[in-house]
Design a protein around this ligand. Structure first.
Ligand code: GLN
Length: 481
């Protein structure tokens, strides 16, 4: 049962052929079997999950996702359940409230299986920056699952959950989805409330679905999207029924732009070939293919690594040993307590980002770095606007290569940062994008990225669904299973 999608399980549940308890048990059985090898979860909530499953079976817990297991990235607040951000500094933090999406999932009847591992405070591309443990890629346990939502991606790929949610600041949903052979979507900035998502870089962060296929992605997006007054950046724009976009081969006449800058130097040969094959397939279904150039994309990574650390340095100021989590025992005076708490609590990458960000925002450097980065961000946004003047969606590989090996880039932050070269521009422009599995190279999956206009998740779902239904890569499973 744990191998099935949410929509398949929903059908079986409706026909009363299976029970929610059986589904939840099958997921925990899988966790029991594979979690030692994969390490996707930080916390499991088995007792609570089984109690909720019983409620579903007794008809006391209902809703569109009643009885469907979901894994939650551990940077989303869950009332009464540890929320660590995979950081030592929050190793004992139990939120007194739920993130909006947790309440929405609860109202829909979904069942939380546990909280998943991430790069500390979502800073990273491999989960190696986790202060707790490194998650492994179920396709090859010597490889990383990607990051920062690596735990969620690995849990879905290993059938240790049915659905998952992640957060994406520069690629953290799409890149691990690509590395683990699953579907991952970063919706438009503002589409989903960020209330209760622990902030990394507030102008870039967005929550999104991580699922086994495109239909599940639409189902989950239906539940978690929408305006919420507690998040002033969430958009007051009506949420359509995304499952209506799931019409295969309905892409005749759609213009798809292929981003030249993301198909050139630095993209691994086989990844490029797989992307070209995907383009041909979409063309054969009636889409018009157009090569587009976004000349400012080459500045995306540099721009991101000024803006994201600047915002992070401000957001992380709240961890001072007073209000949350860890407090150092060295407390001879207040300043010493602050210093030691942060020295002990934050890992090296988080410290690096705080240093970078504080520097970029400091008097004398603000104009030269931070302000300049904001201006380049506008140029990147304008590049996208221009491309969308002539195309409905844009396309690129999600990542320049398949998953890399654990340790391969751990001591080389720059090469790690470059693994997000195709995903970062989308966050800077606030646009929606999806990654769908599009090939398996040497037993490692890769992803195809489809980018849409702001608040047009429907068209990217339509193109993604067409691609998926004509290929079937999403049905492939890691060999260890
Ligand atoms: N890998 C990027 C970073 O390290 C993006 C992370 C994310 O999207 N949360 O910042």
């Amino acid at each position: 049962m744990n191998k099935k999608t949410a929509h398949e399980l929903k059908t079986l549940l409706n026909k009363k052929e299976i029970s929610a308890t059986e589904i939840v048990k099958s997921v925990y059985d899988q966790i029991e079997k594979y979690e030692d090898a994969v390490s996707a979860y930080v916390t499991l909530t088995k007792k609570h999950a089984l109690a909720q499953a019983k409620e579903v079976d007794e008809g006391k817990r209902t809703g569109p996702l009643a009885g469907i297991p979901i894994a939650i990235k551990d940077n989303m607040c869950t009332k009464g359940t540890l929320t660590t951000c995979s950081s030592k500094i929050l190793n004992n933090y139990i939120p007194p409230y739920n993130a909006t999406i947790i309440d929405k999932l609860d109202q829909a009847g979904a069942i939380m299986i546990g909280k998943t591992n991430l790069d500390e405070f979502a800073m990273g591309s491999s989960t190696e920056n986790s202060g707790i443990k490194t998650t492994r890629n179920p396709w090859n346990l010597d490889c990383v699952p990607g990051g920062s939502s690596g735990g969620s991606a690995a849990a879905v790929a290993a059938d240790e959950t049915i659905l998952a949610v992640g957060s994406d600041t520069g690629g953290s949903i799409r890149q691990p989805a690509s590395f683990c052979g699953i579907v991952g979507m970063k919706p438009t900035y503002g589409r989903i409330s960020r209330y209760g998502l622990v902030a990394f870089a507030s102008s870039l962060d967005q929550i999104g679905p991580m699922t086994k296929d495109v239909r599940d992605c639409a189902l989950l997006l239906n539940i978690i999207a929408g305006y919420e007054e507690k998040d002033s950046t969430s958009a007051k724009i009506e949420v359509p029924d995304y499952t209506k976009s799931l019409v295969a081969d309905d892409i005749k006449g759609i213009t798809i732009g292929v981003i030249a800058e993301l198909m050139g130097k630095g993209v691994d040969k086989l990844t490029k070939e797989a992307t070209e094959k995907a383009i041909k397939l979409l063309e054969s279904k009636g889409a018009k293919i157009k090569k587009v150039s976004l000349p400012h994309l080459k500045y995306s990574v540099a721009t991101y690594y000024l803006i994201a650390p600047a915002e992070a340095s401000s957001n992380l100021g709240r961890y001072d040993g007073v209000k949350y989590g860890l407090r150092s025992k060295e407390t001879k005076d207040l300043i010493t307590m602050y210093k030691n708490t942060r020295a002990e609590g934050f890992g090296p990458e988080v410290k690096r980002r705080i240093l970078l960000g504080t520097y970029a925002l400091s008097a004398g450097y603000y104009d030269a770095y931070y302000l300049k980065a904001l201006k380049v961000r506008t140029l990147i946004k304008q590049d996208f606007e221009k491309a969308f003047g002539e195309c409905e969606v844009l396309l690129s590989p999600t990542c320049p290569s398949p998953a890399f090996r654990v340790g391969e880039k751990a001591n080389d932050p720059l090469s790690m940062y470059l693994s997000d070269i195709s995903t970062i521009p989308v966050n800077l422009a606030g646009l929606p994008a999806i990654s769908v599995p599009c090939e398996i190279i040497h037993n490692l999956p890769i992803g195809l990225q489809i980018i849409g206009k702001a608040f047009d998740e429907e068209t990217i779902l339509k193109v993604a669904f067409t691609y998926e239904q004509n290929t079937g890569w999403h049905k492939e499973k890691p060999k260890i299973l």
